[in-house]
Design a protein. Structure first.
Length: 277
């Protein structure tokens, strides 16, 4: 099955930047691109508030025009790209999580810091990053252009989640023809940094012969701060959903959550395909 790259679009600048990244990714993967808009009923929910009002709310004409314009623009700038648009009655987060069941990748934008609007969209990106059934790329507009020719960096800590992240990071580095950097944050008291890195490097080189792989030890008291700083010079940072020290009930670990909110480059949250969340 040729799974599409799915991107959430609401007309905001951040979602249009995400759509641009999604188009580039779809071309790299030779897959269709689906622009999806999750719309709510005027009451604020995806279903009518009046029990006598049967059926689901109708798609919004203005939103449809926005989607059509975005699709036409992307198709013009990415020759050969197949673009479809879709409005779905429901909240944007829940809509994209459902769409992820049949997707190759889900792309979401995040407005980042400050303001209620930023918090609202940030909650959507966090919700999708935590609950999706496929990898999720979180993109936020930055003041400086993203270094598209920079390395792909993946955080490793020896956890099962990090193993998934290393595999997907190696795939991305191969597609982008960039170096893969495996980073382990050495915190005070830790003793197994070299072993963790050696194991991850061996796995990446074994599954992707010919890929340039570099190991990097970062020293910091808080792993998220070191990785956020490292993201300044990378094209993409890849993280697992939950690290070795994470709580079982947390679907998105604190380090991954922090990177989704604050990284200086796009963040790929690695999920195994088809796993229910």
């Amino acid at each position: 099955m040729n799974r599409p790259v799915v991107v959430g679009v609401d007309g905001s600048p951040s979602s249009l930047v995400a759509a641009e990244h999604a188009a580039r990714t779809a071309v790299q993967r030779s897959t269709p691109l689906h622009l999806v808009h999750g719309y709510l009923h005027p009451s604020g929910y995806g279903v009518p508030i009046n029990p006598y009002e049967l059926g689901i709310p109708k798609p919004n004409d203005e939103a449809q025009s926005m989607l059509d314009r975005a699709a036409a623009d992307l198709a013009d700038r990415w020759p050969g790209l197949t673009v479809q648009v879709r409005q779905v009655a429901g909240g944007p987060g829940a809509t994209l999580v459902e769409q992820s069941r049949r997707a190759e990748l889900v792309v979401v934008g995040s407005r980042g810091h400050g303001g209620f609007a930023g918090l609202l969209l940030g909650s959507v990106s966090s919700q999708v990053a935590a609950h999706a059934h496929c990898p999720v790329l979180v993109v936020r507009p930055t003041e400086a252009p993203v270094a598209l020719d920079g390395p792909v960096l993946v955080a490793v800590d020896g956890s099962e989640s990090a193993e998934v992240a290393v595999g997907q990071a190696a795939d991305e580095a191969t597609r982008q023809q960039n170096e893969l950097v495996l980073a382990h944050v050495h915190t005070p008291g830790a003793t197994d940094a070299a072993e963790v890195l050696d194991t991850a490097v061996a796995a990446a080189r074994g599954s992707h012969p010919g890929l340039a792989v570099t190991a990097r030890q970062l020293r910091a008291e808080k792993p998220d701060q070191a990785l956020i700083e490292a993201s300044r010079d990378t094209a993409l940072i890849v993280v697992g959903t939950r690290g070795r020290g994470g709580f079982t009930g947390m679907l998105l670990g604190s380090v991954s959550q922090s990177l989704v909110q604050h990284a200086h480059c796009p963040v790929l949250v690695a999920h195994p395909y088809g796993r229910a969340r």
